[in-house]
Design a protein around this ligand. Structure first.
Ligand SMILES: [Zn+2]
Length: 95
């Protein structure tokens, strides 16, 4: 009778140990996958806000967020550009 209880106890301990080891392994794997797949890498790299008014660059046709765009006013009208190069090109055309 004592042996039966002992073996039952031993099997319970063994199962809990195996489960703990498996849990650690699975945790390690999930953290491994989390580090290899960062969410929105482009947004993090550039720091560009994902919301905001979109303005069309009249030179190259690219849509840029108004708060990030390079602004240039001509006779009270404001134009938005993706880069200083496009703004300079636009200014050269208007000259
Ligand atoms: Zn442009």
């Amino acid at each position: 009778m004592f042996r039966l209880v002992f073996y039952l106890f031993l099997s319970v301990v063994l199962i809990s140990i195996v489960r703990a080891i498996l849990g650690v392994i699975l945790k390690g794997f999930s953290s491994l996958f989390q580090t290899t797949q960062p969410a929105h890498p482009v947004a993090r790299a550039t720091g560009t806000p994902l919301t905001g008014e979109l303005k069309r660059d009249p030179v190259c046709g690219t849509y840029t967020v108004a708060s990030n765009a390079i602004q240039h006013s001509v006779k009270g009208e404001t134009f938005y550009f993706c880069s200083a190069r496009c703004r300079d090109e636009f200014a050269a055309q208007r000259r």
